[in-house]
Ligand binder design. Structure first.
Ligand code: ADP
Ligand code: ADP
Length: 221
């Protein structure tokens, strides 16, 4: 199967001639079941692409198929999107946040995985009191608990220390291996994702410039 397929995809912010072309002429195909690194400098268009794939925003031109649908918003229930600012209710405790995750995903919630990933977090702490790394851990626990077919993670490793990064990478890779989950995670630092991803998409200046098997790309350069 194919997780994401883009043809001539474009997104411009703002109206008229002064619009900013955040993405343009993007055509690529990401096979399902891969752990894909979306790598490019700040401002390259990574968040824009992830927002489009999550059905949170609409392309200005071109087509984008996600999980076989031409309308990503229609398959949102099968997607977990973790934004860079990880919007979580700041006044809820960790335990209440996980409880809400279970309530909002009846019949689907993978409590064992969510609790395992959130394991070291203090259950009674409020989200607003958590560090950036702890918030990332909680956001990933919520995302994994949904048992999504596609995970779209915007700079998920940015706030993590190396040990937590290594651990959570392992969790994500195990998820992909066990359940065939497709995972796309962005970073402006390739080495942050190195070793964990088997597929690479490079984006720069609003264009996806190179994509393919990590093995092929790394050995050719
Ligand atoms: P990144 O670290 O990926 O570059 P940004 O800090 O640029 O992220 O963007 C964070 C959020 O702000 C995103 O939701 C993005 O869409 C929005 N954003 C970025 N640039 C602008 C801008 N020039 N005007 C309005 N919103 C923006
Ligand atoms: P990345 O995630 O790779 O840092 P983004 O997708 O956040 O890149 O942004 C791509 C470009 O679009 C940047 O120049 C950014 O400033 C601009 N941009 C992003 N979101 C908005 C927005 N909501 N309004 C205006 N410009 C935006």
């Amino acid at each position: 199967g194919v997780a994401i397929e883009a043809r001539g995809l474009a997104r411009t912010y703002g109206r008229g001639g002064g619009g900013h072309r955040a993405l343009h002429d993007c055509s690529f195909r990401l096979p399902a079941g891969r752990v894909c690194a979306l790598v490019g400098p700040n401002g390259a268009g990574k968040s824009t692409l992830l927002n489009l794939a999550a059905g949170l925003d609409r392309p200005g031109a071109g087509t984008l198929s996600v999980l076989g649908s031409r309308d990503p918003a229609a398959v949102r229930g099968r997607i977990a999107h973790v934004a860079q600012d990880k919007p979580l209710y700041p006044q809820l405790t960790v335990a209440d946040t996980l409880w809400a995750g279970a309530e909002l995903n009846p019949g689907r919630w993978d409590r064992a995985t969510a609790d395992r990933v959130a394991g070291t977090l203090p259950g009674t702490a409020r989200v607003r009191a958590l560090s950036g790394g702890q918030r990332t851990r909680l956001a990933l626990a919520l995302a994994l608990g949904k048992r999504p077919e596609l995970m779209l993670l915007d700079e998920p490793m940015a706030d993590l220390d190396p040990l937590a990064r290594h651990e959570l990478m392992g969790v994500l890779m195990a998820e992909a291996a066990e359940h065939g989950t497709s995972i796309v995670m962005s970073s402006h630092i390739l080495t942050e994702l190195e070793g964990a991803c088997d597929y690479l998409l490079f984006v720069d200046g609003g264009r996806v410039r190179l994509g393919g098997e990590a093995e092929d790309i790394v050995s050719a350069h």
